[in-house]
Design a protein around this ligand. Structure first.
Ligand code: NAP
Ligand code: F7E
Length: 339
């Protein structure tokens, strides 16, 4: 089959021009951290936002409760081809953001097959839905710095080879390459955003930044006496999720589909994270943090640091929040919550 080029169309910068129809975006994973920030951003830009949620016995609208009256919530699951095709067929979106995944790295060792189904095959199911039902849609895949894993060069950029160190990382490599492949095979406007760790007060409680900020708040409020962590030497490039969803949107506004690395370019250890978070609450982290082998991973990613120079130049994207600002923002939010 010859490649169909669908990259033309109206210029898409910010709010729609007078007389232009409202643009529609589908977000999978809208109930997650990034989904909630992206939904806010797109609503502010005037998009019609269709949020995909999977069926559960108890709704998970905690992060998007304040947006529910402005979102179209539709049911679908990354495991179910038909439901994804129906969403794309009915919404006929301009843009599709695939943020849904099993995103917690340790769970990928205990549930490797399910992680592959969600995080790898889920991507090709959604690409198939677009290819068959509405190939004009622009597609964003939430790829990850975990694909660099045992990195062969530092900092990591778009050309750095992948060496994933977890079933999650391996699944994301599949998601990345199938996105590239559908772009090259069918001419879809499909891009892979390779995002480094990004955090916020909406981060899930099991990820290390939130585990620390929430732990500090519980210790301050007398609900806990110690915080058990794994590898304190791990180094990550941590940014603010609100900045990163803007990069996702910018990627889909380019004339041609291109993949980008997104990160701050700064690297910090888990130990430094503890120092800042406990220090912000007037505590000495060494008195509260205990290393527990239960949280050490079978294979670790020792260090990740982004070279986001291409995104800076071509997308005009820059992070706005420093590491210290991010950590103190998260501690303050948890102190407010844990009263
Ligand atoms: P998150 O908070 O864990 O959110 C994951 C979302 O996926 C949730 O809305 C979840 O729905 C949904 N989901 C999971 N399985 C699904 C299924 N089978 N069908 C439909 N929806 C499903 O993740 P995040 O931090 O926002 O990250 C967003 C995406 O970026 C993920 O793909 C992640 O792997 C990737 N990523 C994240 C980072 C980071 O640092 N945050 C960095 C690079 C890449 P429920 O609410 O029902 O669980
Ligand atoms: O771990 C170390 C741990 O779970 C960060 C996901 O969003 O970013 C995230 O993956 C580091 C690791 O994130 C604990 O060993 C020490 O080195 O917060 P995390 P992650 O694994 O980097 C990437 C880019 C994604 O794509 C993923 O979806 O912190 N660490 N002690 C700990 N980590 C946790 N979770 N808990 C600890 O007690």
């Amino acid at each position: 089959m010859s490649a169909q080029k669908n990259h033309s169309g109206p210029k898409r910068n910010g709010a729609p021009q007078a007389g232009q129809p409202r643009r529609t975006a589908v977000i999978t994973g809208v109930t997650g951290q990034d989904g909630s920030y992206l939904a806010e951003l797109l609503l502010a830009k005037g998009y019609e936002v269709v949020g995909v949620v999977r069926r559960t016995s108890h709704d998970s609208y905690e992060r998007i409760g304040h947006l529910l009256d402005r979102l179209h919530i539709v049911p679908a699951d990354l495991l179910d081809q038909h439901s994804l095709t129906a969403v794309v067929r009915d919404a006929k979106p301009h843009e599709v953001y695939n943020l849904a995944a099993q995103s917690f790295v340790p769970t990928s060792w205990t549930q490797p097959v399910l992680t592959g189904e969600f995080t790898a095959l889920g991507v090709v199911r959604l690409l198939e839905a677009i290819r068959l039902a509405h190939p004009e849609a622009r597609f964003y895949q939430a790829s990850s710095s975990e694909m660099f894993g045992k990195a062969t060069q530092t900092p990591q950029r778009e050309s750095t080879p992948f060496y994933p160190r977890s079933p999650y990382g391996v699944a994301k490599v599949y998601g990345h390459w199938i996105t590239v492949n559908y772009r090259e095979s069918y001419g879809l406007y499909a891009v892979s955003g390779i995002l480094f760790n990004h955090e916020s007060p909406r981060r899930g409680l099991e990820f290390v930044t939130r585990k620390v900020s929430h732990g500090v708040a519980r210790i301050v409020r007398g609900r806990m006496t110690e915080l058990r962590l794994g590898n304190l030497d791990a180094r990550r490039d941590w940014g603010f999720a609100g900045d990163y969803v803007d990069a996702m949107w910018r990627m889909l506004q380019r004339p041609e589909p291109v993949d980008y690395v997104i990160g701050t370019g700064e690297m910090h250890t888990v130990r430094e994270l503890c120092e800042i978070a406990f220090g912000h609450a007037g505590l000495d982290w060494k008195q509260y943090v205990r290393v527990d082998p239960a949280f050490v991973r079978p294979a670790e990613v020792d260090l990740l640091q982004a070279d986001a120079g291409k995104a800076r130049q071509e997308l005009g994207w820059r992070p706005t929040t420093s590491f210290a600002e991010l950590v103190t923002m998260m501690v303050d939010a948890d102190l407010e919550r844990v009263k």
